[in-house]
Design a protein around this ligand. Sequence first.
Ligand SMILES: CC(=O)SCCNC(=O)CCNC(=O)[C@H](O)C(C)(C)COP(=O)(O)OP(=O)(O)OC[C@H]1O[C@@H](n2cnc3c(N)ncnc32)[C@H](O)[C@@H]1OP(=O)(O)O
Ligand SMILES: CC(C)C(=O)C(=O)O
Length: 794
Amino acid sequence: MPCMLHDPSAKYKPYTPLKLDNRQWPSKTFGQKPPIWLSTDLRDGNQALANPMTIEQKTMFFELLIECGFKEIEIAYPAASDTDFNFVRGLIERNAIPDDVWIQVLTPAREDLIKRTVDSVAGCKHAIIHMYNAVSPLFRSVVFKNSKEETLALAVEHTQILRQLTDECTAKYGTQFRYEYSPETFSQTEPEFAVKVCEAVKKAWGRAGPAHLDKIIFNLPATVETAPPNHFADLVEYFHTNITEREKVIISLHPHNDRGTGVAAAELGLLAGANRIEGCLFGNGERTGNVDIVNLALNWYTQGVSPGLDFSDLQHVIDVVTQCNDLPVHPRHPYAGELVFTAFSGSHQDAIKKGFEDQALRNAEERKKGESETWDMPYLPIDPADLGQTYEAVIRVNSQSGKGGIAYIIKQHLRLDMPRKMQIAFYQAVQTVADREAREMTVDDITNIFRETYHFGGAGYEGRLSLRSFRITSVPATDTDGTSEDVRQFDGTVSVDGVLRVIRGDGNGPLSALLNALRQHLDIDLALREYSEHSIDTGVDGENSRAASYIELVPTNDRRSSKSWWGVGVDRDIAGSGLRAVLSAANSHIGDRQLPELKLNFGPGGRASQTDVATMVLNALGLELPRRLQSAFFEVVQRAARSSADELPVDALPELFRKEYGYDAVSESGPVCMKSFTLEHLADKRVRLTGDFIFAGSERKLSGLGNGPLSSALACLHEAVQGSLAVREYSEHALGAGSEVGAVSYVELIYEVTIDGLIRKATAWGVSSDEDIAASGLKAVMASASRIGVVWRD
Ligand SMILES: CC(=O)SCCNC(=O)CCNC(=O)[C@H](O)C(C)(C)COP(=O)(O)OP(=O)(O)OC[C@H]1O[C@@H](n2cnc3c(N)ncnc32)[C@H](O)[C@@H]1OP(=O)(O)O
Ligand SMILES: CC(C)C(=O)C(=O)O
């Protein structure tokens, strides 16, 4: 069985280092000018494919190279196949080569092939003919069986042939030619011999001049990369310093990547004096490939130097190249791989998240000072956005990931900036799933886990408890020491396991009032340990801004508990977001534990409370009673229960309510009724109500003025009633949904009348609903006035 040798020295010989006196390249630095780029994708890349490109694919690739900004493109080995020849002809005949682009074609040093190659470009505006012959000892002895002299003579002879053919072509078609000569296998050739061959070629060409377009291009290939890049740099520096008339020469490099150091060899070679690089996009090419031009160009870019190539839409480049080459780009490929802007590991994610946050602040400062925004980011040498990548791809999550990356994803996708301790808690939730499923967590996975964990993000994620409506009121309270401080009262409707319940509680603030309500009504005994909030701006000038709140709850009697529950809430209203966050955390706390049910028992030890009664009215009639009306109706219910052995069937409540407050009663059933009305809004902002009333059975048409519909209705009533009526409390809410929506109004009137010298005072509630909100308010006034015991004028 073949295996690696214990001592490979017997089989493999190391490269022979070059004795280079006064070596310069190690202390050189890159300038501000990138090299000349030559793409050889359509030649060296193409010849290395199992299925060479079709003309359509070559055309598509050519167009891409033009889009990217290449000005020199080796498009074919025209003598090799009709496809290549016809491709070249096609571009020329379709006039598809931009004027500032030089096409290059390759030919071996063989007369018949040179001829066909020159024929292929006839009529083109300008072309570089690239000729090669291998010059290294191995090739001289094994492949060509040529001496050094014969090798040199081959190059010279064929250069002369080329010179003659190109001169003829120029004379006939006006095509302008440049010449590139490659001493193939340069990096394995004796350096002085490579220089000698090139000197002879330069002389044979006889046209090299210092003007850019007259320069002869000597392309130094590492046809096979067999030594470290510093050795290649030595060879290049040797060539650079020993070739004569250096000003008439462009030194081009053509590294392959057999040792995986093609990019390094190219970069060190540039330091050593080269001017031009030949390579392929994403390093396609023979065996391990040609040097990757995308990699090299973006290396220049990250040094703050424009490479003169545009990879702003790198994904498009990848798509075209992979489609033409039928080879994938490795996921870890520099700059281009699908994983290179991705951090899976926790400490990387954490650093990147902090980096983005810090950079946002730094960039804002820089903008303020009119400076350009700088990039300085842990683990990311280039801004993915510059290559058309989005930041979303930056962090991905698996079981190696940490809280930072996960928090970053939540921030990017849900705009929620979790406090640090919550990040840790959520990280554990994601870890559990990632470990269990042993796979990468997608952005959707993570945001879904967040929604499920915190019952956040709409009906699909609602927990057992969810806030429907609430009111926070401030009530003055006097302490035992006589000091007085306002107490906050929470009065809200919460859906509990799908059934609406009214809950109430008091506290120092809205959150503690809700916690108190949860304790009293649902046996959920939790206290607040941590709270934070931030705004989420979604519109211009913050017009759509919402508040996000984060809450940590612990058992009330164990504030230092190691077990806690986090919750998140978002609402336009800051109190609302906090209350939602409390319920979010409470949902996690209760799990599937059973919650106390509503009871309607009023006897000693009975549990039914005012809010239980309000809940039943809410569920039966959809009415969210104001707190004082809850209290009033509770007394009514207790009275009714007392007369039936302290028990009242739940079904009896709606009827009791209707009767008590005239709710849904036929409009002309009370002593005070209004059959019809019109409202006029006057220029002085006052309102005139004109109505057909029925007072104690007799009809009257009356008109009254007021600041609004209710006060103008009272003005009408005062025409018929002794004493004075005033509104003590009014509230309303929508009833129903969609096109069926109407309004329900609650009115409490206060009535004062003097009879026989005695002042009599009374209050009464009236409740009414109507499709029209003004009508519902007026009907509630009539319902209240019907029950208050008015004394009619004579
Ligand atoms: C490092 C590089 O990438 S170099 C570019 C390599 N690219 C390619 O080869 C792709 C295109 N090549 C081809 O399609 C073919 O090789 C062709 C059309 C150019 C030539 O095909 P063929 O004439 O069948 O020759 P083939 O490629 O099989 O073998 C090369 C022959 O040419 C000979 N040869 C190579 N260079 C020369 C030369 N400059 N002068 C004379 N003979 C030469 C070789 O010694 C060999 O001869 P042999 O058959 O007597 O041993
Ligand atoms: C023709 C030459 C430049 C070549 O492709 C090589 O040496 O790799």
